[in-house]
Design a protein around this ligand. Structure first.
Ligand code: SF4
Length: 274
């Protein structure tokens, strides 16, 4: 049972700390997708909500419209600490209203989601001067998706949405993130999505102390055979070369296959192919 409320804000815009973007818009506080690894869970402490992350959703309200003078041709990301197409967006249409304003402002948008609901707004996306939609996948395996991202769109629905957007001429990206050691099959993800995406990004499961216990408990429960590997990577103090090797493996494969990909972990951020 989710607790839904409204949250008046002075502005929907936040100055971006993410390279490549001027502003970030998070239309909601909270996220019903309930991913077990969600790094945005720290937001809960700013809200006063006693509920678990994923069990509350604040729908932002703001009287002040977005201004073209401020946003013309700026790069705006939706979203960094929520999914702009969580299932309640169907009812509230807040992301859709914001997209209409962003279109009026002629902003350039980058949308990161795990939901096929984005197809509802294809009519708007097509009109932007620049628009890219990225879908994130922690795995191509639907049974893992059901365990790790229980509220998000299914692997098949997400992939169909990716295909539809790509065929409609929208720039698309696949974020293989976060990659779970011993679980996420990045080659299977490439195989599943390659015809429908312009590029890839890959990121590691980078556990912050606040939620490391939650993720390790998840692994112990569902993948007990992987406990030694997770212990080697995340618990033991000796340095591990796991991510370095994985990054190199992905990079070499993408170079060979001429796949445009960025690796966000390992010794240095790297770029391959395409
Ligand atoms: S979709 Fe993103 S913001 Fe929502 S729970 Fe999953 S990781 Fe967190």
């Amino acid at each position: 049972m989710i607790n839904i409320a409204t949250a008046p804000v002075k502005t929907y815009l936040s100055k971006s700390k993410i390279p490549g973007f001027d502003y970030v818009i998070n239309p909601y506080i909270g996220c019903p997708h309930k991913c077990v690894y969600c790094y945005a869970e720290y937001m809960r402490k700013f809200t006063g909500h006693p509920e678990e992350w994923g069990d509350f959703l604040d729908v932002k309200t703001c009287e002040v419209p977005l201004r073209p003078a401020k946003l013309f041709r700026t790069r705006v990301m939706l979203s960094s600490v929520t999914d702009p197409y969580n299932p309640y967006e169907k009812q509230y249409e807040l992301t859709r209203r914001l997209l209409k304003q962003l279109l009026f402002c002629q902003a350039q948008v980058y949308i990161l989601t795990k939901s096929p609901l984005i197809l509802r707004d294809l009519d708007l996306l097509k009109q932007f001067p620049s628009c890219e939609v990225a879908f994130s996948y922690s795995s191509a395996d639907e049974s893992f998706r059901q365990l790790a991202e229980p509220g998000a769109g299914s692997t098949a629905d997400k992939t169909n949405a990716l295909k539809t957007l790509h065929e409609a001429g929208i720039k698309t990206a696949v974020m293989g993130a976060p990659l779970f050691p011993g679980i996420s099959d990045w080659k299977a993800l490439i195989e599943l999505t390659r015809p429908y995406t312009d590029r890839y990004g890959f990121d590691s499961l980078n556990m912050r102390p606040a939620y490391q216990r939650k993720v390790l408990t998840f692994v112990e429960k569902h993948y007990p055979q992987l406990v030694p590997l997770y212990s080697e990577i995340y618990v033991q103090e000796e340095p591990t070369d796991y991510w370095q090797k994985l990054g190199e493996e992905i990079q070499n494969y993408c170079r060979q296959e001429n796949i445009r990909a960025e690796i966000y972990f390992g010794s240095s951020r790297s770029y391959s192919g395409g």
